[in-house]
Design a protein around this ligand. Structure first.
Ligand code: ZN
Ligand code: FE
Length: 256
């Protein structure tokens, strides 16, 4: 099994690294500095970069890393992503020789139209699609699009490690409690994740099982979330995409 590491970057980003002790793959290295420091300290060679979407906090390291390591850079098709060597679409696969890794590419539009996620070896690198107890803002897509992306993610195994690109979990839990305050799994998660942050540890990766229990944005088929949305929208029978849209709208209003 490859080793999975999260490297903090900027204020609240994570760069995810998979390595075998010699060669490494990095996901969304928006800032090359913490990645290069890690690679140097561990004497690893970066062979591959995987990009989820075009935002700068995910792609800002591409040009420098390509120059320095001559690494392959996989990304969705978008001219705003620098130094791409391989363009990916949903349904594609990525086969990496060193370290030997295989990923399935899932189209996950919603946060942006170009957003893709990578599933392999029990990990999901979902960029800004799913966060711990949350999901990405809909900057380019609409609720139906994001709900379809999340439905695709919900088909992955429960044990999947959910490797999100930002540490937003505690604040997301604060919001989740406003619409789902009686959920015991949510309260338990809050205690655990507060403890993790108090000790400087990441709350991630989580598991898809935990997200299914606690993340309101993955529960748009659930009766409690449907009841919340019916009330919020003042509409008796909202469909799943409308339930998702109501939760997203409530979170956007809560964020202010
Ligand atoms: Zn983003
Ligand atoms: Fe981001």
């Amino acid at each position: 099994m490859p080793t999975l590491v999260s490297l903090p970057a900027f204020e609240d980003n994570y760069i995810w690294v998979l390595h075998d002790g010699q060669h490494a793959v990095a996901v969304d290295p928006g800032d090359p500095a913490p990645l290069i420091a890690f690679l140097d300290a561990q004497r690893l060679v970066l062979t591959t970069v995987l990009i989820t979407h075009h935002h700068r906090d995910h792609t800002g390291g591409n040009t420098l890393l390509r120059q320095r390591f001559n690494c392959e850079i996989y990304a969705p098709e978008n001219p705003r992503i620098p130094a791409t060597t391989h363009i990916l679409r949903g349904g594609d696969a990525v086969d990496i020789a060193q370290p030997p890794l295989h990923f399935d590419v899932i189209a996950t539009p919603g946060h942006t139209l170009d957003h893709i996620s990578y599933a392999g070896h029990g990990n999901l690198f979902c960029g800004d699609t799913v966060f711990g107890c949350g999901c990405g803002k809909l900057f380019e897509g609409n609720p139906g699009m994001m709900a379809a992306s999340l439905d695709r993610i919900l088909t992955l195994p429960d044990a999947t490690r959910v490797c999100c690109a930002h540490e937003y979990t505690l604040s997301n839990i604060d919001f989740a409690r406003t619409i789902d305050g009686h959920n015991p799994a949510l309260l338990e998660r809050q205690a655990k994740d507060r403890d993790a942050r108090a000790h400087g540890r990441p709350t991630l990766p989580s598991t898809l099982a935990l997200e299914k229990l606690t993340n309101p944005f993955l529960r748009f088929h659930d009766v409690d979330m449907t009841a919340f949305a019916a009330n919020y929208l003042n509409q008796p029978h909202p469909g799943p995409a409308e339930v998702f849209g109501a939760i997203r709208a409530a979170k956007d209003a809560w964020d202010g």
